[in-house]
Ligand binder design. Structure first.
Ligand code: PMP
Length: 400
């Protein structure tokens, strides 16, 4: 039965992890995977999460099946975060939201629904994009192309967004094309477009009748929850109907609980009801209904004013620490003798930095120094800390 099954290629990022785990270098640093570590190099267990779990453990509950679309209080909290609790889309009931298995699950539910809705549509993702976008939409049956995004030659060779290229790619897209946009903290480059540029993107999306799918995996890691969500408000204000996937993997440091969501902004409440019914069929035929624990924790935190405030504080601390590490990286590289101006690292946002290092330099970083980033030069700055930063700076300086 399986004799003709070919060996699939290793997942590039998870493969890097395996290589890292096998590395015996005592100084090794993993800047490959997109995970936030605290200043001690530990994966944090947020206090708000611990408090919610403690309360839950005091009154243990049985684990029945959840509704197909998840915990109502969770879905409502997602809507509130994404659109604003008192926003018109939420109060009018025209958002269909489902709990999903991480941000990946939200994307996949949306992709499967879109395939039924508009089977001939193409999907456009940014060049480059999160490595799973292409495979996920391809596996949902779509032809996936990319729109111009990063240009290594921009900003006098320091790199940045090729915005004219992005606009012309979008302008050339056929009506109905699904455009996957990173709402904030672009992965992998760390370069977001400006609010004014978003306005221009929205104008093209509207004029060309494209279908926006916003991937919001890092809300709160850029400038703040509301600040990062401002992009969503712009799409709402433009009168568009669109998809938003949400992830709490990073913002709650709940990677393994697989907590995310999908929200679809519809024309009105009646339409949202119909869309929700279809999303539920996608879920029912894939995994029936979501798991209980992660969703219950997130709902408990977001729906309790004290825990919510604690979460915002802890999320803010993660955001501030990442920014401090970016600055330390720039300063440390200079101190280590790097002549070129690396200050662009502080203009990037979110967990990642496109460092501008070549594949050869990234390979040397790994083999000679045990510093792991992807071959594209992407480094997870959220894994830097006060103990490993000097070593990383020295290593980068040597390969530059
Ligand atoms: N989208 C982007 C842009 C991401 O970076 C990630 C996580 N690396 C995801 C989606 C998936 O999130 P999750 O881990 O919650 O499935």
């Amino acid at each position: 039965l399986f004799s003709a099954v070919e060996m699939a290629p290793r997942d590039p990022i998870l493969g890097l992890n395996e290589q890292f785990n096998a590395d015996t270098n005592p100084n090794k640093v993993n800047l490959g995977v997109g995970v936030y570590f605290d200043d001690n190099g530990k994966l944090p267990l947020l206090q708000c999460v611990q408090a919610a779990e403690k309360t839950m453990m005091e009154k243990p509950t049985a684990r029945g099946y959840l509704p197909i679309d998840g915990i109502v209080a969770y879905d409502n909290a997602v809507k509130g975060l994404v659109f604003g609790v008192d926003s018109e889309p939420v109060t009018s009931g025209r958002v269909a939201t489902v709990q999903a298995i991480g941000g990946t699950g939200g994307l996949k539910i949306g992709a499967d629904f879109l395939k039924k809705l508009n089977p001939a549509a193409k999907v456009l993702i940014s060049d480059p994009s999160w490595e799973n976008h292409r495979a996920l939409f391809t596996n949902a049956g779509f032809t996936v192309d990319s729109y111009a995004y990063f240009d290594a030659a921009a900003n006098g060779g320091k790199g940045g967004v090729n915005f004219d290229g992005m606009l012309s790619s979008l302008n050339a897209a056929a009506a109905g094309t699904v455009v996957v946009l990173h709402a904030c903290c672009h992965n992998p480059t760390g370069y977001d477009i400006t609010p004014e540029q978003w306005d221009q993107v929205i104008a093209v999306v509207k004029a060309k009748n494209l279908t926006p799918f916003l991937d919001m995996a890092y809300q709160g890691f850029g400038y703040g929850i509301a600040e990062d969500g401002a992009v969503i408000q712009k799409f709402v204000a433009a009168g568009l109907n669109f998809f938003v996937s949400t992830s709490f993997s990073k913002s709650f440091s709940l990677y393994g609980e697989r907590v995310g969501g999908l929200s679809v902004l519809c024309k009105d409440k009646e339409e949202a009801g119909r869309v929700l019914s279809q999303l539920k069929i996608v879920i029912r035929t894939n995994y029936s209904n979501p798991p209980t624990h992660g969703g219950a924790v997130v709902a408990a935190v977001l729906n309790n004013p004290e825990l919510r405030a604690l979460w915002e504080k802890e999320l803010g601390e993660m955001r501030v620490r990442i920014k401090a590490m970016r600055q330390k990286l720039v300063d440390g590289l200079k101190a280590a003798g790097v002549k070129q101006d690396m200050s662009f690292i502080t203009t990037q946002i979110g967990m990642f930095s496109y460092s501008g290092l070549s594949k050869d330099q990234m390979v040397r970083l790994r083999s000679e120094f045990g510093v792991y980033g992807t071959d594209t030069g992407r480094m997870c700055v959220a894994a830097l800390n006060s103990k490993n930063i000097d070593y990383v700076c020295q290593a980068i300086a040597k390969v530059i």
